[in-house]
Design a protein. Structure first.
Length: 54
């Protein structure tokens, strides 16, 4: 799911949050990413986070 800043409205944000909380695929994906990160050395974790948020 991607919300572009120029297209984000309070209603779209509310809908996105409701979707993420309601659909188990987002929890499952987050758990998978958490497991991947837990197995990384600290420098790799910082690099991985930087790639995700950029």
């Amino acid at each position: 799911m991607r919300l572009l800043p120029r297209e984000t409205t309070p209603d779209r944000l509310r809908q996105a949050i409701a979707t993420v909380l309601a659909e188990s695929r987002y929890r499952e994906a987050a758990a998978e990413v958490a497991g991947d990160i837990a197995g990384m050395p600290a420098a790799a974790v910082a690099e991985s986070i930087a790639m995700i948020v950029s």
